[in-house]
Design a protein around this ligand. Structure first.
Ligand SMILES: Cc1cc2nc3c(=O)[nH]c(=O)nc-3n(C[C@H](O)[C@H](O)[C@H](O)COP(=O)(O)OP(=O)(O)OC[C@H]3O[C@@H](n4cnc5c(N)ncnc54)[C@H](O)[C@@H]3O)c2cc1C
Ligand code: SF4
Length: 348
């Protein structure tokens, strides 16, 4: 009998890998360090996803249910890997819950960590309660409460969304683009206008990266249909005059200082490497790339490889990724792991 595949991380990438392998008749052991499956979209309570418009709880919740109902999948929640040894086809993992797992291959789907806006103190988060993050706005929407100002619960009349918070910022050691936050922000902006048609929504940007087909559906539609205003600016600080939040900076198109009042300021936070990555790299003996994400061994012919044979990687563990790309990578990694987990077949 073949050995199961060990999947670490129960977000979209890990759930996809688990589904692919069990559909192929393979056993999987899926580990998740938190108390529930679903990864960032479920744990952080995302609302309607880009680009499908489906609620995260339905789309990713459905992937969770599918794996939970699968007899070939053993799930350990609140569990991490303490030690990992062996060779392809023949690994042993020691788990934090005391169990030991023999596995033919492993797939690391350990994802990312949301940027902590406290690391950008001049933009007001942590000082003013009405400075929030995109993840918090997603939670407001998905909880059914709608968008509000946390200081007193009132509905905002003017909202500023600041892009690239914790991304493309070499001063704080985060030069990468988080890829999805321009599109997510345009989506949130349209959602706010739909809920609060009188509310004015501004997006402050360096460049807009609504990549690929998102340009029409999010960038143009948000302006033409939803009247979202885009301001190309460098933000200096977010302060308060006691009544309103004041976003100060320079309009970089007209090269003039700007100082504009708002009720609610939203940080479009980026995707940091998972805070566990150093430990994961040590435990599994895999390399990190220079920014601290798990390094891909090969991008083309041998996709999903890490620097260690038999240990594969998928999703935002490798760098900022969208959900659909993370899912696709989970399926690809499953295919690679399957070849190792099953004993070699000799044709007659
Ligand atoms: C505010 C915001 C909104 C977004 N909205 C969208 C959107 O609408 N559409 C879209 O395509 N993308 C969106 N994204 C991106 C999306 O969150 C990622 O693409 C997706 O979560 C990546 O899936 P993943 O499975 O690779 O990682 P994750 O979702 O991060 O899942 C990783 C899982 O691994 C677990 N884990 C971590 N470390 C360990 C460990 N050591 N041991 C065991 N388990 C571990 C975690 O607890 C987690 O459950 C958004 C991102 C942000 C920041
Ligand atoms: S996707 Fe947009 S908001 Fe996110 S880091 Fe890239 S340019 Fe900035």
């Amino acid at each position: 009998m073949s050995k199961p595949v060990l999947i670490v991380g129960g977000g979209p990438a890990g759930l996809a890998a688990a589904h692919a392998l069990t559909q192929a008749g393979e056993r999987v052991v899926l580990l998740e360090k938190t108390s529930g499956l679903g990864g960032a979209p479920i744990i952080s309570g995302y609302a309607k996803l880009v680009p499908s418009g489906e609620w995260a709880r339905d789309a990713i919740g459905g992937m969770v249910r599918r794996v939970r109902e699968e007899q070939l999948a053993t799930v350990h929640l609140g569990t991490t890997v303490k030690a990992f040894a062996g060779t392809p086809g023949n690994f042993t993992a020691e788990l934090s819950n005391g169990a030991a797992v023999e596995a033919g291959a492993a797939i690391l789907c350990t994802g990312f960590t949301h940027f902590d806006s406290l690391n950008k103190p001049e933009w007001g988060f942590g000082t003013f309660p009405d400075v929030v993050t995109t993840a918090q706005v997603e939670q407001m929407i998905s909880s059914g409460k709608g968008v509000y100002c946390p200081s007193n619960g009132r509905k905002p009349q003017r909202v500023a969304i600041l892009l690239c918070v914790g991304s493309r910022d070499r001063q704080i050691g985060r030069p990468w683009c988080s890829k999805i936050c321009c599109t997510v922000s345009a989506n949130i902006a349209m959602e706010i206008r739909e809920q609060l048609p009188e509310c004015h929504v501004y997006i402050y940007y360096m460049d807009i990266r609504t990549f690929g087909l998102y340009e029409t559906k999010y960038y143009w539609r948000s302006q033409e249909e939803f009247k979202i205003k885009y301001i190309k600016a460098r933000i200096a600080e977010v302060t308060s005059d006691g009544e309103k939040l004041i976003v100060k900076g320079e309009d970089t198109l007209v090269k003039r200082p700007i100082s504009i009042p708002f009720d609610l300021v939203v940080h479009a936070i980026g995707m940091d490497p998972n805070v566990d990555n150093k430990l994961i790299a040590e435990t599994f003996g895999v390399a990190l790339e220079p920014h601290g994400y798990l390094e891909r061994g090969n991008s083309y012919g041998n996709t999903a490889e890490t620097s260690r044979a038999g240990v594969f990687v998928a999703g935002a563990a490798t760098g900022p990724e969208s959900i659909d790309d993370s899912i696709a990578q989970g399926y690809a990694a499953a295919m690679r792991a399957l070849a190792l987990a099953r004993p070699v077949r000799v044709s007659a």
